[in-house]
Design a protein around this ligand. Structure first.
Ligand code: SF4
Ligand code: SF4
Length: 294
C-alpha cells in the first residue's frame, strides 16, 4: 500500500496538497495541529487526546465548513435543521475521502466523525464526546473559544462546523491564534433561551450549563427542529456579517423573543417566523408550548 508519488511529497508541499484537496472537495477552512499541542496545553484529559485515540497520529487536520448566516438566523426551524444535517454529512464525507486519499498516498490516516453519539439520552448520561473538534480547531490555529464555548473564527465567527482527520505524517503546523476573537459583548448569554451561559469577569470562556442547553436540544428534537444555535446566530464576530450586510443587529436579536410573543407577525421578524411556521406539525408545536407553559 502507498504510492511513491505520495511519499515524495513532504513538508509544505504536502500541506499545500492537502489544503487543495480539501478546498476542491468543499472545505472552507483547513488547519493543521501537531498532536503535541494537546499535551503542551494540558486542557483536554489524556484519554481524549489524539494519540490516546489512535497512537500513530502525528498531525490532526481540521476541516471547517460554513453555516450560512441567513439560514442560521431562522433557528429554530426545519431549514436550520436541514443545514445542520447537511453540514455534518458533508464533513463526514470530506474526512472519509481525505483519509482514504492519504492512505492511498502511503500516509496512514484515521478520521473522527462529526457527531459521534447515538442520541441525546447518551449525552445526558455522558456530556463529553470522545473527541472535541472545537479543541482540535483551536490547536489547528483556526480561532479562539468564546464565552459561548464555541470556536470563533475570523471568517465565520462561530457559524462553522468542524471535523478532524488524524494522520501519521508530520505536516507543518499552523500558528495558534493568540488574540481572543471574543469581545465579551454578552449577546450569546443574554439571548440564550435557557440562560445556560454565564459571563465571567476573570476569563473569556463563560460558565456553561450543559444540562440546560441539552434540555433545549431535547425540546427542539421533539419538535423536529433542532439544534438551537441561537448563541451562534447572534455572535457579532465573523467576516460573513460583512458579506451578508448583517452588522449592528444587537437590538434586533435582543428584542426578538419579546416582540414575537407580543405579535407573532411582527414585520421585523416576518421572514424568520414565516420559515419557522412550515414543515413542523401544528400538534407538535402546540404540545411543546403547553409543556413550556406548565
Ligand atoms: S445552543 Fe441554545 S440553549 Fe445552548 S447555549 Fe446556545 S443559545 Fe443556549
Ligand atoms: S456573542 Fe459576544 S460574548 Fe458571545 S462569543 Fe460572541 S463575541 Fe463572545
Amino acid at each position: 500500500m502507498g504510492s511513491k508519488a505520495g511519499k515524495a511529497l513532504e513538508g509544505q508541499k504536502l500541506k499545500d496538497y492537502v489544503i487543495s484537496f480539501c478546498k476542491e472537495h468543499g472545505a472552507d477552512l483547513v488547519g493543521f495541529a501537531p498532536v503535541e499541542r494537546w499535551d503542551e496545553a494540558g486542557e483536554v484529559p489524556p484519554d481524549f487526546r489524539p494519540r490516546a485515540l489512535w497512537p500513530s497520529a502525528r498531525t490532526v487536520i481540521v476541516i471547517g465548513i460554513e453555516m450560512p448566516l441567513p439560514i442560521v438566523e431562522t433557528t429554530p426551524s426545519v431549514l436550520h435543521k436541514e443545514l445542520y444535517r447537511t453540514a455534518n454529512r458533508k464533513l463526514d464525507i470530506l474526512a472519509y475521502d481525505l483519509t482514504r486519499h492519504l492512505n492511498r498516498m502511503g500516509f496512514a490516516s484515521f478520521f473522527f466523525g462529526r457527531d459521534v453519539y447515538a442520541n441525546l439520552k447518551a449525552l445526558r448520561e455522558k456530556t463529553m464526546a470522545a473527541f472535541s473538534h472545537v479543541m482540535a480547531a483551536k490547536y489547528a490555529g483556526l480561532g479562539t473559544i468564546g464565552v459561548s464555548h464555541c470556536l470563533l473564527t475570523p471568517e465565520f465567527g462561530p457559524r462553522v462546523r468542524f471535523v478532524s482527520v488524524f494522520t501519521s505524517v508530520v505536516i507543518p503546523p499552523d500558528p495558534l491564534v493568540e488574540k481572543d476573537l471574543c469581545i465579551k459583548c454578552e449577546l450569546c448569554a443574554l439571548c440564550c433561551p435557557k440562560k445556560a451561559l454565564t459571563m465571567k469577569k476573570d476569563r473569556v470562556i463563560g460558565d456553561y450549563d450543559k444540562m440546560a442547553c441539552l434540555e433545549m436540544a431535547e425540546e427542539l428534537t421533539r419538535r423536529g427542529c433542532y439544534p438551537c444555535g441561537i448563541c451562534t446566530k447572534v455572535c457579532p464576530i465573523g467576516m460573513d456579517r460583512l458579506l451578508y450586510r448583517r452588522k449592528g443587529l444587537r437590538k434586533k436579536y435582543l428584542r426578538e423573543t419579546e416582540a414575537l410573543a407580543a405579535n407573532s407577525e411582527d414585520p421585523d421578524y416576518k421572514s424568520w417566523s414565516h420559515i419557522r411556521k412550515y414543515g413542523i406539525p401544528e400538534t407538535d408545536k402546540d404540545s411543546d408550548h403547553k409543556k413550556k407553559g406548565s
